[in-house]
Design a protein around this ligand. Sequence first.
Ligand SMILES: [Zn+2]
Length: 269
Amino acid sequence: MWLAVSATAAETPVYRARGLDASTVDFVLGNFEFVLLHELAHVVIGELKVPVLGPEEDAADFLAATALLNTTRGDPVSYRRANTWLLAAAEGLRLSWAEGETRTGELPYWNSHSLNIQRFYSIACLLYGNDPDAFADLPAEVGMPAARADGCEAEWQKADRSFRWLLDNFGRKPGQPAGPEIRIFYAAPKTLAAGELLREIQRDGMLERVAGAMRERIILPREISLRMRSCGRPEAAWQPEQRELVLCFELLDALYQLSGRRDTNANRS
Ligand SMILES: [Zn+2]
């Protein structure tokens, strides 16, 4: 369940933010919303007992990516932001791979998550498969061979069909009243960077927006909470016993550090 950014990215304490430019905010918020949606996918799968044919961690990534694009498609501004942020999430996984596994030489083959570099290619494939014209250059830019890229439209369609199946079978029906509340709590961050990034998240209204969109489409059997707090680790996790999805401020610090390692020449958005 735990989703962690490479621990090495969070080794250096962040005492001073260097000022947040728009691309840093896009990078961090894109990654953070993807983590939030990934964890909410675990909530939906666990709480509604959704059948999962294969590793749940991969299903959560596919659900998060598909939900992000499908629920914003009707609004050009939101849809463009969803594409930019999902690309940022993919980039975050690629950078985590470069920062973590390759540097330490520890490849967690045993982990329930696919390797971050595989998760990167899967998200890139969904982005390209959903809109091959808009992302025509993406496969070449990220070094995705035709053997994978040629199948991305089919991969997207399968993910899209699965998302619709989920809503058809487990979603809220027209006229059905909304389910239990999704409560949201914010503690106070300990670092300046996390504080500034939390302000951006609150300015965006991310947690409230995502929770609202989820209650429109899904009825959970019981009330849950989204809680942003310090945990001592750069992680996020759904904790079913507490009915609480915890999003750690250290994840914001780690993503902020990671954003500083982007190759600005390779920015695509
Ligand atoms: Zn997970």
